[in-house]
Ligand binder design. Structure first.
Ligand SMILES: [Zn+2]
Length: 247
């Protein structure tokens, strides 16, 4: 199962990369340094994900309170996917609303442009904190191993898609965002105005944003980042959470 999920993830990320070149929504106007920053953060972040996030959750799943073990596996996996998306919604929201967590998460938001590489750039500190908190959550809710593997692959595929510079067209995007996180919907989350940055937290689905009142519609914009801040070189991004005040 892990092999098939890995192949599907790589194939779909390749598809998003090709699609955003064939049908770009905006032109970048950014230098190559941005891609280097994103790829370097991606290498560190993906390394930490495979080395820490998934293994911590899989270990926690072995020791979880077994209160759902008698459920049919398909019911369990479907419920688990819902439980994991609920977690990632609130974890992402906490990363915006808790100043200590925002210090790490803002590294992702400094990106002045959005494409598939934006989905890679997360500070390793955020990745590690996420691993630890999700491990406890998996223990408490008895989340199953297949669900963790499927969910983590789905998150990488979905993040690549909704950060991509793909132009879908208004109608297609409007239909899509009724259920899943579309590129236009997620671009709103990266507009450098706090009202928009603190909205649209969903990763796989827009359901929880509607339910918890964080769903935002806004005009399409091609400028992204953090209000009052600019992107920084890779080394400054790595030390950013520890040396500058929270914004
Ligand atoms: Zn965010």
């Amino acid at each position: 199962m892990t092999l098939y999920l890995t192949i599907a993830t790589i194939a779909l990320l390749g598809l998003w990369l090709a699609a955003e070149r064939l049908r770009p929504a905006f032109s970048s106007g950014q230098g190559g340094g941005r891609i280097v920053r994103n790829v370097l953060l991606g290498v560190v972040g993906l390394g930490a994900t495979f080395a820490i996030v998934t293994p911590v959750s899989l270990t926690a799943a072995q020791f979880g309170a077994p209160w759902r073990e008698t459920w049919p596996m398909w019911v369990r996996v479907l419920t688990d996917l819902f439980i994991l998306e609920f977690f990632i919604y609130w974890w992402h929201r906490a990363n915006h609303e808790v100043p200590f967590l925002w210090r790490f998460h803002r590294v992702h938001h400094y990106d002045g442009f959005l494409d598939v590489t934006s989905a890679l750039r997360f500070h390793p500190g955020e990745v590690i904190l996420s691993a630890l908190v999700r491990g406890v959550y998996v223990l408490l809710f008895d989340v199953s191993v297949p669900a963790i593997l499927i969910f983590d692959a789905a998150v990488v595929i979905a993040a690549g898609f909704h950060h991509s510079n793909l132009r879908l067209g208004q109608k297609a995007d409007d239909v899509l965002r009724k259920v899943v996180v579309s590129p236009d919907h997620h671009r709103i989350h990266h507009i450098p105005e706090r009202r928009y940055t603190d909205s649209n937290y969903g990763t796989l689905t827009t359901f929880f944003d509607r339910f918890f009142g964080s769903y935002e519609e806004a005009p399409r914009k091609g400028a992204y980042g953090v209000e009052g801040a600019e992107d920084k070189p890779f080394t400054d991004l790595m030390t950013d959470p520890f040396r500058s005040p929270s914004t």
